[in-house]
Design a protein around this ligand. Structure first.
Ligand SMILES: [Zn+2]
Length: 287
């Protein structure tokens, strides 16, 4: 090695043995360096292979999730299709009647009573019987569930040949129309709940697809989405075009109610074919 050049001895040390010692040290250093390089390479390769495996596994897992989600979606769609297939269909004659409700051949007045059944319904039923008139009762599920008497009245309405329609379960504006926007999910759920209350009294085969929104269809935002949902769920909305104002302003006697109804009908004009008159057979409307 260069540092001692041609001298054999340096300050008492045997240069030859020192040279061997230095060579050995260099060898150890070289071997160590090679091992480090090999280890680094091995670790790098291991890291790359491992990362690849992880990426592959990750992809497989992501695929599995996608597949699972697609399957779940299919199951949901199938359930929805089954649910829709079970929805009772309105007869063609019924659909035609509803379509022509405001355009009848002869002048017709439809009497509709909302929010019942209640203690007042008995008297209404008797008066209707006296004049041989069939009316439509837009009932609330919550009114049906209020007491046993209400359930008997509902049965009586059907027995006497009146029509039963759905006016939601709870008549709760904040639940049905939060922020004055029709909440499709809540409305459908409330209508179904009301329908179930009717079925519990009238039997599982009973069904009505005619509905009336509390406050009326035109009072709320979000009607486009609601209209689609009604079509999909075979519901038919019937509003009113005249009212006796029994639920508005100060309490009125019979004469005042008749006067309000007459004014409301007159406002429709002479060309109106039919009148759908809104009244209430709920509590506190007994005169
Ligand atoms: Zn109502």
């Amino acid at each position: 090695m260069g540092i001692f050049k041609n001298k054999d001895q340096f300050e008492g040390y045997n240069i030859y043995s020192m040279k061997k010692y230095v060579d050995k040290k260099r060898m150890i250093f070289t071997i160590t360096a090679i091992i480090v390089v090999i280890l680094t390479l091995a670790l790098t390769i291991y890291y790359l292979v491992d990362t690849n495996i992880r990426i592959k596994k990750g992809k497989e897992f992501a695929n599995q999730i996608t597949e699972y989600e697609q399957n779940q979606k299919k199951i949901e769609e199938q359930k929805e299709a089954e649910r829709k297939a079970k929805i009772p269909q309105l007869t063609e004659a019924g659909k035609e009647n509803l379509k022509n409700i405001y355009h009848s051949q002869e002048k017709t007045a439809y009497l509709t009573f909302d929010d019942g059944p209640s203690n007042n319904t008995h008297e209404i039923l008797d008066i209707l019987k006296q004049y041989n008139i069939k009316a439509t009762f837009f009932v609330l599920g919550s009114s049906i569930d209020a007491n046993e008497g209400a359930k008997d009245i509902l049965k009586e309405e059907v027995k006497r040949g009146h029509a039963i329609a759905n006016h939601t379960y709870g008549h709760d504006y904040s639940y049905l129309y939060p922020g004055r926007v029709m909440n499709v999910k809540n409305i459908l759920s409330d209508l179904e709940k009301s329908q179930n209350a009717m079925k519990a009294v009238l039997g599982k085969d009973f069904s009505t697809r005619v509905i009336r929104f509390p406050g009326g269809y035109w009072s709320w935002e979000g009607r486009t989405a609601m209209k689609e949902a009604l079509e999909q769920n075979q519901y038919y909305n019937v509003d009113w075009n005249a009212l006796n104002k029994d639920a508005e302003g100060t309490k009125k006697n019979a004469e005042q109610l008749v006067q309000c109804a007459k004014e409301s009908v007159k406002a429709l004009g002479p060309d109106a074919d039919s009148v759908v008159l809104l009244m209430h057979d709920t509590y506190g409307k007994d005169k």
